[in-house]
Design a protein around this ligand. Structure first.
Ligand code: ATP
Ligand code: MG
Length: 877
């Protein structure tokens, strides 16, 4: 067996199976596509389910991959065992109804013992206890002695997932020697210790679980195998655990370097070092595939492992943000095999550092609260932290619940999980109720609609047409036969009115017949039935009437422009920001196009400009907008971007705008991108963590925008007395110049005024002991000028004490100073002002030489100023 690097092992595996007729495919994204049963891809087989079920025909019936995997159920084992990571790469070979066991087993053996030259006597196969066929292949065909083949039960060696295809498996274990063993006398392959390490699992899906306890043989039998690349490397490189293989070891070394602790001396610390290594590795790959930290689903898995990594960093004594430094090594070590890491390096780093900063902010506050709770619980002799406290910590302080669990467990306490779960449920229900209320549909009598046929929508092709009234719903009475006034809802057998959906508002327009006319103020859609919200203008309308339904053509055209622009915008955003951009919501009406999308940071001015330009270029390219109705798979093959999590029927409508955009969409669109005319972004902002919003206008909306700006400029020009808008910059500069010249003049006049006032003030000064006291009511004088006056008095006349009242009819202030000699004699401006303003019911104070205070009762200004003399006398004693 020769030392072989991880990169070489991957390549050897893939090319080995290529030589056996397999098609090599790149790793699928960690985000499952069109599979809601799974949060994150956890095996090589997971993204190929559709090939196994026959739903989609595979590109070849033999395929080989190296697949990125995340396994959150293994989270707690990471760092403890040698062989579990939350992130790992799985090598696999797959047969879709092609070869079976008798070929899969020998190839696996050939690869391990001949290509990699792993000593055969260190390898142990296991088979399902009832699978004699596999046993025979190992025993007779390969020549493994019967006593070295382990038969294991259903739990270990039968792959099954509810009903459907299932079958036995055969694993291959590597004996790492007694030193890794648990010492138990029945330690053998399948034991949970680290001695016999499972490296490869071969699944033979040959049965169909009928769901009633019986199994039938599948006509087309499949092979699905999975081998952990890191585990294989661990064997071939002879290292202790999967974090010490080349590539991963570099990451581990970086953690050691940053923390300054040594590796291999302390089991707890080693564990933390491996946890950080694993988690940053996993997080890096997740972010590169478009996962963004959040409080739900995949985003939460990412948030959880990033926060766990940060916390184990703290346990290692790292007291500064460090995750991105580790991330840089992950990118460097894997950038060749996974170029997307290099391409998105900047983005990945940004997401990670923002999350770490956020966590730092939360954790410090939360930790001290939690430690208090633990302390209180312990001193009260309790064994658990209350569910209410836990919930509050989570809900109000944003402290992650699993972290609470970990820390509480470390302190030897538990949580009242039941109460916590109840509170969480209540909160979810509150949120749901809040959402239901705003939908505006609470009052609709759905039972009244249940028996009606679905409405035929004719509005893709036409905007006006005849139709039959099949139901009328009045707001008060529900279904009625006729209406002669007021508001009601109308159901027709066919309609050109678009019912609100897919982010596009409902149409408005008119419905007429003979002497009857009704305005349609909105159109909604429920279970395929279109509801026209109407106001009767004249005449009356009955069930059975034939009417002419006419959509407001101008408004619909504006909506179309905005909707088509939203598609072009999504394409442009992906081009400029990257493929992590996914639609998170959209809203288009006649006046704007609002588009929400996943992206972690604010867009720069330059990015916004580029997006705007690309959209306008695709408009100017004037490509026809084509719509095709097809099945979802064909649409996907043609590159249609579907909304993740959206349910599509068996027929989907695909809207394609040249090479700029292909999306599944039921909305109405322009027939040629040129009809959008022009596109202008109004704003880019944040709506939620990791979700940005662009609001834009198109067509005549841009014209309105320009007109609005023109009017603004004209008005500004008028106010500034500029001849035309073009003169504005010159005019504005001139006005600014004039203002600063006048300001200077005012300053100098103020100074002169102050000097002349000073003379009269001094003339009116009262001798109090060795000090001259000046008091005056300065009325609405500016604070700045009074301050200047005070400073001058103080600097020039050391024996002066001055107290001034300043008021503008509403607010009253006092300002005062004491010259140096006055201070030496005992005068104190702060206390003097405090006492003076107290006479008016106010308060304040300051330094001995200078102070201001606030007054209250304007009527008492005279009294307050008069009191200054007595107060000062007291001070000078
Ligand atoms: P184990 O019992 O050791 O957890 P498993 O039965 O969960 O393994 P499979 O689901 O059969 O493993 O996955 C196929 C292969 O993927 C395994 O043989 C192993 O080499 C690898 N593998 C599984 N889980 C992990 C993990 N958490 N980290 C690294 N490699 C793994
Ligand atoms: Mg497992």
């Amino acid at each position: 067996m020769q030392w072989t690097s991880v990169n070489d092992l991957r390549e050897k595996f893939l090319s080995f199976f290529e030589s056996k007729g397999h098609l090599r495919l790149p790793s699928y994204s960690l985000i499952p596509q069109g599979d809601k049963s799974l949060l994150l891809i956890n095996s090589g087989m997971a993204p190929m389910k559709k090939f196994f079920t026959g739903e989609v025909t595979p590109p070849r019936n033999r395929v080989t991959t190296c697949q990125k995997c995340i396994r959150t159920p293994d989270l707690e084992r990471v760092g403890h065992t040698a062989r579990h990571g939350t992130f790992f790469e799985m090598l696999g070979n797959f047969s879709f109804g092609d070869y079976f066991k008798d070929q899969a087993i020998p190839w696996a053996w050939e690869f391990l013992t001949e290509v990699l030259e792993i000593p055969a006597d260190l390898l142990y196969p296991s088979v399902y206890e009832e699978d004699d066929e596999a046993f025979e292949i190992w025993n007779k065909k390969i020549g493994i002695p019967a006593e070295r083949i382990v038969r294991l039960g259903k739990e270990d060696n039968f792959w099954e997932h509810g009903t459907g295809p299932c079958g036995p498996c055969s694993e291959i274990y590597f004996d790492r020697g007694e030193k890794y063993g648990c010492g138990s006398p029945d330690c053998k392959p399948g034991c949970d210790c680290d001695r016999f390490m499972e490296i490869w699992n071969n699944v033979f899906s040959q049965f169909n679980n009928m769901g009633d306890g019986t199994y039938t043989e599948l006509e087309h039998k499949n092979i699905d195998t999975g081998m952990g690349l890191e585990r294989l490397a661990c064997v071939v490189q002879g290292v202790d655990n999967m974090f010490e293989i080349d590539g991963v070891r570099r990451i581990l070394d970086k953690v050691v370097e940053i923390s300054g602790v040594s590796y291999g001396n302390n089991p707890d610390r080693d564990m933390s070092i491996r946890v950080v290594t694993d988690h940053v590795r996993g997080a890096t790959f997740m972010i590169s595939d478009g996962v963004i930290p959040s409080n739900e689903g995949r985003g939460y898995v990412l948030r959880r492992i990033l926060r766990r990594a940060a916390r184990h960093g703290k346990l290692l004594g790292i007291d500064r943000p460090f995750l991105t430094e580790v991330c840089a090594v992950v990118i460097d070590q894997n950038g060749e095999a996974y170029p997307e890491l290099k391409e998105k390096a900047e983005y990945i780093t940004k997401v990670m550092s923002i999350e770490e900063e956020r966590f730092d902010a939360t954790i410090d506050g939360g930790l001290s609260i939690l430690n208090n709770l633990i302390g209180t619980a312990k001193s009260a002799g309790q064994t658990a932290i209350s569910g209410d406290d836990t919930f509050k910590l989570y809900d109000t302080f944003g402290f992650p619940i699993d972290l609470t669990r970990e820390i509480v467990a470390e302190a030897g306490l538990s949580l009242d999980e039941e109460r916590f779960a109840t509170l969480m449920k209540e909160q979810r229900e509150r949120a749901r109720a809040a959402r239901a209320n705003i939908s505006g549909w609470a009052g609709t009598d759905k039972t009244a609609l249940a028996t009606l046929p679905k409405t035929e929508f004719t509005g893709y092709e036409t905007l006006e047409g005849d139709a039959k009234v099949i139901a009328i719903l009045s707001a008060e009475e529900g279904p009625v036969q006729e209406v002669s006034e007021g508001e009601f809802m109308l159901v027709l057998d066919r309609t050109p009115f678009y019912g609100e959906g897919g982010g596009q508002v409902g149409d408005r327009g008119m419905i007429r017949s003979g002497g009857m006319s009704a305005t349609v103020t909105d159109t909604k859609k429920t279970d395929g039935i279109y509801l026209h919200h109407c106001t009767l203008e004249s005449g009356m309308i009955r069930v059975g009437d034939t009417v002419t339904a006419s959509v407001d053509v101008k408004r619909r055209a504006a909506i179309r422009r905005n909707h088509s622009a939203a598609h072009l915008l999504q394409g442009a955003l992906r081009e400029v920001l990257g493929s992590h951009v996914e639609q998170a919501g959209s809203y288009v009406d006649e006046s704007e196009c609002r588009f929400d999308f996943s992206h972690f940071s604010a867009m720069t001015r330059e990015e916004i400009d580029r997006v705007e330009r690309i959209v306008n270029e695709s408009i100017l390219a004037g490509v026809p907008v084509e719509t095709v109705v097809t099945d979802p798979e064909t649409a996907k093959k043609m590159g249609a971007m579907a909304l993740f999590g959206e349910k599509y029927g068996d027929r989907v409508r695909m809207v394609r705008m040249g090479d700029f955009s292909t999306e599944l969409c039921g909305g109405t669109h322009v027939s040629n991108t040129a009809n959008v005319a022009l596109f202008k972004i109004l704003s880019e902002s944040s709506v939620a963590a990791g979700v940005r919003r662009i609001v834009a206008v198109t067509g005549l909306g841009v014209l309105d925008l320009i007109a609005g700006k023109d009017a603004l400029l004209a008005e500004t020009a008028r106010v500034l007395k500029a001849a035309t808008a073009a003169d504005l910059p010159v005019r504005a500069a001139a006005v600014q110049g004039e203002i600063s010249r006048q300001k200077k003049e005012i300053d100098s006049l103020n100074q002169k005024l102050a000097a002349s006032r000073m003379d009269s003030l001094l003339a009116g000064a009262k001798q109090v002991g060795s000090v001259r006291l000046i008091t005056d009511d300065l009325g609405a004088a500016g604070m700045d000028s009074v301050r200047a006056l005070c400073d001058t008095l103080k600097d020039r006349y050391a024996d002066v004490v001055a107290v001034f009242a300043i008021h503008d009819g509403e607010k009253l202030n006092f300002m005062g100073v004491c010259g140096a000699d006055a201070v030496a004699a005992g005068a104190h401006a702060g206390r003097l002002l405090g006492a003076v303003s107290a006479v008016t019911g106010g308060k304040g104070g300051g330094r001995p030489d200078s102070a201001t205070s606030g007054g209250r009762d304007l009527a008492k200004i005279g009294e307050a100023l008069a009191a200054a003399e007595e107060i000062l006398k007291e001070m000078l004693k």
